[in-house]
Write a protein of this length. Structure first.
Length: 288
């Protein structure tokens, strides 16, 4: 594996997670020649057909296959070179019957999951990883599991005493959390309201006080990536998820200048120096 090349690994729980907070950055890195590997823990089997235009025509038995087809489409749109499916079952939302399945991702052994991630890290040798923060975005149990497992894997991948069967040690330089920024969410809502576009995605049921607490304050993130040049590719990836987003999905209606940045928070590092300001690889001695 060529370690002189920029290499990025995204660690997520479900198909479509790769688009929301980091799709533009992934596409940007792909255009720069970065090797991009997406690891998806589950198949999204416990999801539903969110798009009302397709609810009557999609058999839920076909959803696992459809979600994989949508994921492959999204990966092409974002320039992701390889997608690795860990094969765990989607745990569903917190408090649902799917939580009780023994094969649900939330019930997997964290050490074993971390071991599988370590094997992938040692094989692909990424300098940069990113995943969900400690809230899992909105508390989904699978998001929380991949968050914890990613941390363990970052800490252990460079230590040969952990999982010696997983290959020669490799220590990534940086682990980032993908951050949904409060000020951007507020700008999205204000933009839609100002143009009399109905609020969707749960925004419409929230009080002003509840909405004001959503997301990470911008002054708490470390790295802001300008994705205006790849926003069209991010929107194309969203459109791949026909069962998950409707034609009036708010991302398709918000003014593009509101969506032109993605946000990351440096969570762990094995190199010295300040957090990068605008490039996840800033200051690292790797090729372009």
């Amino acid at each position: 594996m060529d370690t002189s090349r920029r290499s990025l690994m995204a660690l997520y729980a479900h198909p479509d997670d790769e688009v929301f907070g980091s799709g533009g950055t992934t596409a940007l890195e792909s255009e720069r020649g970065t090797r991009v590997v997406l690891v998806v823990a589950t198949g999204g089997e416990a999801g539903e057909v969110v798009n009302p235009e397709l609810r009557s025509s999609v058999d839920l038995k076909d959803l696992p296959r459809i979600r994989q087809e949508e994921l492959a489409c999204s990966a092409r749109a974002l320039g992701i070179g390889e997608v690795v499916n860990l094969g765990y079952h989607d745990s569903g939302m917190a408090g649902t019957p799917e939580n009780q399945r023994p094969d649900a991702f939330m019930n997997a052994d964290e050490d074993a999951v971390a071991g599988r991630l370590v094997e992938l890290i040692r094989h692909y040798r990424p300098q940069v990883l990113f995943t969900f923060d400690s809230t899992g975005g909105y508390g989904h149990p699978d998001h929380l599991m991949i968050h914890r497992s990613a941390h363990l894997a970052f800490d252990r991948a460079g230590d040969g005493s952990w999982y010696p069967e997983a290959g020669p040690p490799w220590q990534p330089a940086r682990l980032f959390y993908v951050s949904i920024v409060r000020e951007q969410l507020q700008a999205v809502r204000q933009d839609l309201v100002s143009r009399n576009i109905p609020l969707e995605s749960g925004f419409e049921t929230m009080s002003e006080e509840e909405f004001a607490r959503l997301g990470t304050p911008r002054d708490e993130v470390t790295t802001v990536v300008d994705i205006r040049s790849t926003l069209s590719r991010k929107l194309a990836a969203f459109r791949c998820y026909e069962t998950q987003v409707a034609s009036n999905f708010f991302y398709f209606q918000v003014s593009e200048d509101v969506l032109g940045e993605e946000f990351f928070t440096l969570a762990a590092t094995s190199v010295e120096g300040p957090p990068p300001a605008h490039d996840l690889f800033e200051g690292l001695s790797v090729g372009g």
